[in-house]
Design a protein around this ligand. Structure first.
Ligand code: NAP
Length: 281
């Protein structure tokens, strides 16, 4: 068992769910975010002076890479080397299913990141989730859902979106029982394949408001994302994922959530029932 776990991205979608799960199971958690917060540690990927304090006395790391960097390796690799030197034993990386999509360049940033983790000298586990259901309720799609029009560059491509709660459960299991999960790369998905029209219908049903998808050409999607401030290389990666979904690459249902966490993966109907108040406000 990992006794002290550094959770990076502890205020984020998966991290803030993981922190209490680990604490409930008797793990000492160092919750890292830029302002540290109460009981947390101030940690900035881009300020190496914050790294030693975050790593001191830590057995394992839950690693969320620095946001919006197409290739975070130049920042993360030195951090992993520092972790090894500080006596850390394990790392669990939150990666993405997109790493294995057919159109993914061999030298993409996220492939380099996975390679850096595998070569770090730490015991590693890599989690490759599909799209997060919380994109609709906590992420960039909230305003679109409230306005009843969800941008859709993925056509009728299907994806088994996952609830962030399930990602956190799997992460907790892999951190608590490292021996079982060392050297493993896991696809993580929800239980059902749905296209964006199905997802919009599911949200409309619970909100009793019209919600539809807005079909979008790839270039329109790219322009929209870049306009929102996303760097061009990262936006291109997001577009690649959408095109891959459109072309069927994400039509995968994995049994990993149930197998690793011991609980059936949360379905979209259950998610929408919980998330509804966000869309009704
Ligand atoms: N959304 C999806 O559908 C999806 C699908 C597959 C994979 N993923 C992957 O999931 C990851 C995101 O995970 P998440 O959703 O749990 O996180 P998130 O909600 O995007 O939150 C990002 C976290 O990083 C922290 N952060 C931001 N800038 C930082 C910096 N400079 N230094 C240190 N910490 C910083 C933030 O905390 P503060 O702002 O408080 O510092 C926050 O806790 C991404 O790598 C993405 O590729 C997402």
């Amino acid at each position: 068992m990992s006794n002290t776990v550094l959770v990076t991205g502890a205020t984020g979608t998966t991290g803030r769910r993981l922190v209490p799960m680990l604490r409930d199971r008797g793990v000492t958690v160092r919750a890292a975010s830029r302002n540290g917060g109460i009981g947390g540690v101030a940690f900035d990927w881009h300020d190496a002076a914050t790294h030693a304090q975050a790593l001191a006395g830590v057995d394992a790391i839950y690693l969320i890479p620095p946001p919006l960097m197409e290739d975070p390796t130049p920042v993360v690799a030195p951090f992993l080397a520092e972790a090894v030197a500080a006596g850390v034993k394990r790392v669990v990386l939150l990666s993405s299913m997109g790493v294995a999509f057919p159109g993914e360049p061999a030298d993409s940033g996220r492939r380099k990141l996975e390679a850096a983790v595998r070569g770090s000298g730490l015991q590693w586990t890599i989690l490759r989730p599909s799209g997060f259901m919380q994109n609709f309720s906590e992420g960039f799609l909230v305003p679109a859902v409230r306005h009843g029009g969800i941008p859709n560059p993925a056509g009728n491509g299907k994806v088994a979106m996952i609830d962030a709660e399930d990602i956190a459960r799997v992460a907790a299991a892999t951190l608590i029982d490292p021996a079982m999960h060392a050297g493993q790369t896991y696809d993580l998905t929800g239980p059902e394949l749905l296209d964006f029209d199905d997802l919009a219908r599911g949200i409309a049903q619970v909100t009793q408001r019209p919600v539809a998808t807005m079909p979008m050409e790839p270039q329109q999607f790219l322009a929209m994302v870049e306009q929102a401030g996303v760097p061009a290389d990262y936006a291109a990666m997001l577009l690649r994922d959408q095109v891959a979904i459109r072309d069927g690459a994400a039509a995968i249902v994995a049994d990993t959530v149930a197998r690793i966490s011991g609980r059936r993966a949360i379905d979209f109907t259950t998610f929408t029932a919980q998330a509804a108040p966000v869309w009704m406000s």
